[in-house]
Write a protein that binds this ligand. Structure first.
Ligand SMILES: CC(C)(COP(=O)(O)OP(=O)(O)OC[C@H]1O[C@@H](n2cnc3c(N)ncnc32)[C@H](O)[C@@H]1OP(=O)(O)O)[C@@H](O)C(=O)NCCC(=O)NCCS
Length: 181
């Protein structure tokens, strides 16, 4: 049965978020992310760095689902033949508890991926579980992903999942230019 109370997936640039939406985002993120450290969402609508865009769904004017995306670049290949590629870095994926299991993550990601292709992003990347993102086309990378931690130190992440957009995903190790997200 169609869910008549809910909106389509809507995109907004993060720098256009007003005070009302900022509060609604912090409430949704705080309800969904509850591990130690996630208290940051009570006062801030992003974890490590502000994203460029957000996609969300409302039901009866209440925010029920959300995905953020960062505009990133990576360096892939073997020095000195490093190639820079544009990456849509997906973050802060969440659905309010009462609305889970209805495919809203897949729906939001589909819209975000279309946007990514239109804007010339080579591939999408996120840090998460294949059980959640596999059906949206994400696969584990066969290489190590080097990122810069919040304290500025280098770290290697092994939970990166990639999905091709305009280009195939890179093979082997690569470095994200900028902090983890
Ligand atoms: C993770 C979360 C966003 C999933 O929301 P949802 O509405 O259930 O997602 P969907 O219905 O679109 O399901 C997408 C896929 O994830 C799977 N999935 C959902 N919750 C899962 C869980 N807890 N464990 C394993 N797989 C899960 C679904 O089975 C589905 O897989 P399929 O397409 O192969 O059938 C939601 O539980 C949430 O907000 N959790 C708290 C925040 C969080 O952990 N976010 C993810 C950060 S990486």
């Amino acid at each position: 049965m169609a869910d008549r109370g809910r909106t389509a997936v809507v995109r907004i640039a993060d720098d256009e978020v007003d005070a009302t939406l900022d509060r609604a985002l912090r409430e949704l993120l705080s309800a969904c992310f509850t591990k130690p450290g996630d208290e940051i969402f009570r006062t801030r609508r992003y974890y490590a760095q502000p994203p460029s865009w957000r996609w969300s769904i409302r039901r009866e004017d209440r925010l029920i689902a959300h995905v953020a995306a960062h505009d990133l670049s990576i360096r892939a290949g073997i020095p000195p033949r490093l190639r820079t590629r544009r990456v849509l870095g997906i973050a802060e994926v969440c659905v309010e508890p009462a609305s889970r299991g209805a495919g809203l993550v897949r729906e939001m990601l589909e819209v975000a991926h279309t946007f990514g292709v239109e804007r010339g992003f080579d591939f999408a990347m996120l840090f998460g579980r294949a059980s959640i993102y596999g059906s949206s086309g994400y696969h584990a990378t066969n290489g190590r992903v080097h990122v810069i931690d919040a304290d500025g130190s280098q770290a290697v992440r092994r939970d990166a999942l990639l999905r091709s957009l305009a280009q195939d995903v890179p093979e082997g190790d690569f470095s994200v230019d900028g902090p983890a997200f």
